[in-house]
Design a protein around this ligand. Sequence first.
Ligand SMILES: Nc1nc2c(c(=O)[nH]1)N=C([C@H](O)[C@@H](O)CO)CN2
Length: 121
Amino acid sequence: MDKVFIEGLEIEALIGIYDWERRIRQALVFDIEMSFDNRIPAASDAIEDTLNYKAVSKRVIEFVSGSGFGLVETLAEKVAAIILDEFAVSHVRLKLSKPGAVRGARAVGVIIERSAATLAR
Ligand SMILES: Nc1nc2c(c(=O)[nH]1)N=C([C@H](O)[C@@H](O)CO)CN2
């Protein structure tokens, strides 16, 4: 299956389990790959036929900016569910990086893959 991707989408959010983290906003980075049949927009050359990566990005930014979860696992799960629920995507791979959270590591985080058919709600 073809993919549409969003790479390095940086969003500031309230995230973390420690008291000091509940008082600040931290940068998070999303890399998202979404299954989509790109042959249809390729044939029509019409934006309406695409999985519009700008529209997906705007929705993710809106949700993440207003969120305040403790774990990156929780946030990743919610974002994957939004993409599967609100866009014509059957499968999503999402990497959520928290840069600078661990001294000596460029980033830490999670990678999840979810399908519309198997999504736990
Ligand atoms: N698997 C996880 N481990 C940790 C998380 C997390 O969300 N998932 N969070 C933290 C702290 O918030 C950390 O990022 C602060 O440096 C620790 N481990």
